[in-house]
Structures are given as C-alpha cells and as structure tokens.
Design a protein around this ligand. Structure first.
Ligand code: GLU
Length: 285
C-alpha cells in the first residue's frame, strides 16, 4: 500500500494572505484531500519582529473562509524553540557549527578587503572570518557576553554528507543539489534562536510531511534543506514548487507589491468560490 501523502501550508504571519498564498494552500490541500492524505497547517513565526499574532489570526480566518480545513493542531513554531535548540545541539555535536560574532559592518569591511563579494541564494556569502578564530578567543568572547550567531561550516558539512545530494521534484524528476552556494549559512541568528532553514527542515521531518508544496522562489533553498536532512538522518520529502503568481501587469504577486489580500477581496464583495477560482486560475495562466 502506498504511504499516505502528507502536505502542509507553512505561512509566515508577516501580513495578511494574498492570492499567491491561497494558491499554495489550495494546491497542498487538494493534493492531500484527493489522495486521502493529510493537510497540515504550520505558522512560521520564528521572527518576533516581523511576525504578529493578529496576522496569525488573519491566516486562520482567511483559510477557513476559503473553505480549507487542516488535520490536527496548528503547529506554531515559536512554541517549539526547544526542538530547534536540540537540532542545533546535534549539529554542534557533529562539529558542524561555529559561533559568528560579526556585525553586518564587520562583514562588509572584510568583503571590501577581499575585493570581491560572491552572492548565494540568501545574499552575500560569509567570508569565513569567525570560522578561523581559535578556540581560546571563541571561549573568551562568549564568556564576555558578546552576541553571536551560529553558522554551518559548509565545507565540513559537505565532507560529512553523502554526495551527490538530490531531491525528487514532481513533474521534473530528480534534481541535483548544490548546497555549497549558500556558504556558511546562519542557522541561528543573534536575535532569533533558529533560522527558517533549520526550522522548516526540522518541522517537515517531525510532522512526517511527504510532499512539500511551495512557491518556486524557495526552490534554491531546497538544496540546503536536503543537506540538513541528510546530516540529521531525516527522510527527504518529495517537492512540488509551483510557479509564482503574476498580477495583471505580469509582475509577481507579493506582499511588498501590494498584492490584493484575501481580506480585501472579501471586503470588495468576492465570495470564497470566486477567490478560489482566481487563485487557481492565476497559476495556470
Ligand atoms: N514560511 C515560508 C514563507 O511564508 C514558507 C516556507 C515553506 O513553505 O517552506 O515564505
């Protein structure tokens, strides 16, 4: 018997949902419901500055209004910080993490001194300054209370993970991963005890997600997620990255560009069926 399909919708409550979110949620929901599987809802609110409880409430309200239901309790990431800490401790026990005391200005200075600034999917690649600190200096700085982030030692992680890494992208087949392009990525920030990449990988494994449906802008992140899954011995889900929704002007819909929110569409008199059709139709176009 084939294993049950478990999908999820994992929004960050940094604003109200727009049509792009509705498309993602509907895709995951349909794939679960059509196969007798499970559809989970997870609130990715690890960043207390950008995330707000009223947006979480708005997400639940909008999904219910659209007619989507989910299985089991909603997982709210900010309520599970010990899970992420335990994952960081495992990676640290494998000697794959190091503390990074650099400020943005330190990194900019170092990059200017090197003379070139390679970028990865998350922006500027870290030049590795704190990876080269000696054990005594690290211990002294920590003892002095200097704030630090935790970075993945990418070279060490790649030596440890089986090569080559790949994942199954529905409709495209097996895609090869190149996590090295993230460099020594931050897995716990100075101000936030975990990063998106760490939490999403932890939760997909913990919740038994078998098919990750999300927008294509997260396709590059999957390379890093596969590396973490492999280091931690977690099963890889299948992935289905859907195209980003475009507005009438052909530009991608996003919060930043003032895409109409579901709440605004509702207020303008559109019913749930019409908004569902808009969300699904837009992606086909
Ligand atoms: N929380 C992420 C976002 O809202 C999505 C994470 C994912 O689907 O992997 O962009």
């Amino acid at each position: 018997m084939a294993a049950t399909t478990v999908t999820r919708f994992a929004p960050s409550p940094t604003g109200r949902l727009h049509l792009g979110h509705a498309h993602s949620a509907l895709l995951g929901w349909r794939l679960a419901r059509e196969s007798g599987g499970r559809f989970l809802l997870r609130i990715e609110d690890i960043d207390p500055v950008r995330c707000r409880p009223e947006f979480t409430a708005g997400i639940l309200e909008d999904l219910a209004w659209l007619g989507l239901d989910w299985d089991g309790p909603v997982r709210v990431q900010s309520e599970h910080l010990p899970d992420y800490r335990a994952t960081l401790e495992r990676l640290s026990g494998m000697e794959l993490l190091y503390p990074c005391f650099c400020t943005r200005a330190d990194i900019a200075r170092e990059v200017a001194a090197i003379g070139h600034a390679p970028h990865g999917p998350d922006g500027l690649l870290y030049p590795g300054t704190c990876r080269r600190l000696g054990a005594t200096e690290r211990a002294e700085r920590i003892a002095a209370g200097q704030p630090y982030a935790l970075r993945l030692d990418m070279a060490a992680a790649l030596r440890r993970a089986p090569r080559p890494l790949s994942f199954l992208e529905v409709g495209r087949g097996r895609l090869r991963c190149d996590p090295a392009r993230f460099g020594d990525v931050v897995l716990a920030r100075k101000d936030i005890p975990a990063s998106y990449h760490l939490c999403v990988t932890r939760d997909d494994a913990l919740q038994g997600v078998s098919l990750v449906t999300r927008a294509a802008d997260l396709l590059p992140a999957t390379d890093l997620h596969r590396l973490l899954q492999s280091l931690l011995g977690w099963k890889a889900p299948r992935y289905r990255h859907h195209p980003l929704l475009l507005g009438a002007d052909g530009r991608r819909l996003s919060k930043r560009d003032n895409a109409p929110t579901l709440a605004a569409l509702r207020e303008a008199g559109h019913g749930p069926a019409a908004v569902r059709a808009m969300a699904e139709g837009a992606a086909r176009g």
